[in-house]
Design a protein around this ligand. Structure first.
Ligand SMILES: Nc1nc2c(ncn2[C@@H]2O[C@H](COP(=O)(O)OP(=O)(O)OP(=O)(O)O)[C@@H](O)[C@H]2O)c(=O)[nH]1
Ligand SMILES: [Mg+2]
Length: 306
């Protein structure tokens, strides 16, 4: 809570390892969360998410804010080489006591990323960081997860993505509050913007999605990007002020996930000792019952709580 870096690192390791102590830790820390602005940065591989986060860290430090970065799965097989680049780039910030940077693998068991990354964001929030950037590669499940954890979602695209913007239509366009078309120093950024603009709409809470051309390389457009991030933050603060909480759906999802995990893990322990379950395995081998009927019968007993 005092922002001590060693304590923050230890706390994150505890939630990452699903240590026994993590429940007790998060129970205490949770009371101190809700102050930070969590900015998710997602998009296809190699669009320049890390480069942009690096620039954004610089911008928010100049405003005097304490800034944290959580990079989830920087070790995807395709971009594995990027880790070193990220480290070198972030080296400048690592000497700054008001910047905290942490990477986290998304591998591991189901729900592991979701839980550990959410808890890590809460640790960083409780530790007093004003803005927390969470970088994820926007493919598949992580798209959903970033929405659960971030207040503001930036989708990073780049010229010559070609078909990927089509693929992006499905998932990425829905989740973005701000679209950063990075690498605008290269040709083709205008075309991406032109194709993207008709897809932008007003999101459920009333935020009109915006798009901006940027270059993490030349810093062009960074000021506009920061202005959009701040505008979205102000928009959320006003919503919260007027008590129409944008977060209730998030709590709903998180509780469903956590309860399901607990129930499944409990059931996985119980079933091998369940007599009807053991009998069903024998019956299946002799074709006296089919798997669907057997599982429905057994499940029904657990569902009805008998
Ligand atoms: N020309 C140009 N290159 C850029 C720009 N931003 C990033 N790059 C380059 O694009 C490559 C990928 O940049 P990263 O910042 O690692 O991209 P990323 O989206 O974090 O990549 P992954 O995490 O692997 O998905 C690097 O070689 C960068 O130097 C830019 O604005 N212009
Ligand atoms: Mg990256």
């Amino acid at each position: 809570l005092s922002g001590d870096r060693n304590s923050i690192s230890k706390a994150i390791t505890i939630v990452e390892n699903k240590d026994e102590a993590s429940s007790a830790l998060m129970k205490v820390l949770f009371l101190h969360t809700g102050k930070a602005h969590v900015v998710g940065v997602t998009g296809p591989l190699g669009t320049g998410k890390s480069s942009l986060v690096d620039q954004l860290v610089r911008s928010y430090r100049l405003k005097g804010e304490k800034v944290a970065v959580l990079a989830v799965d920087p070790s995807s097989p395709i971009s594995g080489g990027a880790i070193l680049g990220d480290r070198v780039r972030m080296l400048e910030h690592s000497l700054d006591p008001s910047v905290y940077i942490r990477s986290m693998a998304s591998r591991g068991d189901e729900g592991g990323l979701s839980r550990a990354s959410k808890d890590t964001v809460r640790i960083l929030d409780a530790a007093g960081f004003d803005t927390i950037f969470v970088e994820t590669v926007g493919i598949g499940q992580t798209e959903v997860e970033i929405v659960e954890v971030a207040d503001t979602v930036i989708v990073v695209l780049m010229p010559e993505l070609g078909d990927e913007i089509q693929a992006a239509k499905a998932g990425l366009v829905e989740i973005g509050d701000i679209f950063a078309i990075n690498k605008s120093d290269l040709p083709g950024a205008d075309k991406i913007l032109y194709n993207l603009e008709p897809m932008l709409s007003v999101k459920e809470l009333g935020w009109k999605q915006v798009a901006v051309k940027v270059s993490a390389k030349s810093s062009d457009g960074m000021r506009e990007l920061v202005a959009f991030i701040d505008a979205h933050h102000d928009f959320l603060k006003k919503l919260r002020g007027s008590s129409s909480l944008p977060t209730s759906n998030r709590w709903n999802q998180e509780l469903v996930e956590r309860i399901s995990d607990l129930v499944i893990s409990d059931l996985t322990k119980r079933l091998p000792k369940d007599l009807e379950f053991i009998a069903a395995i024998e019956k299946l081998a002799k074709k006296e019952i089919d798997p669907d009927t057997a599982s429905r019968q057994i499940a029904q007993r657990y569902i009805s709580g008998k």
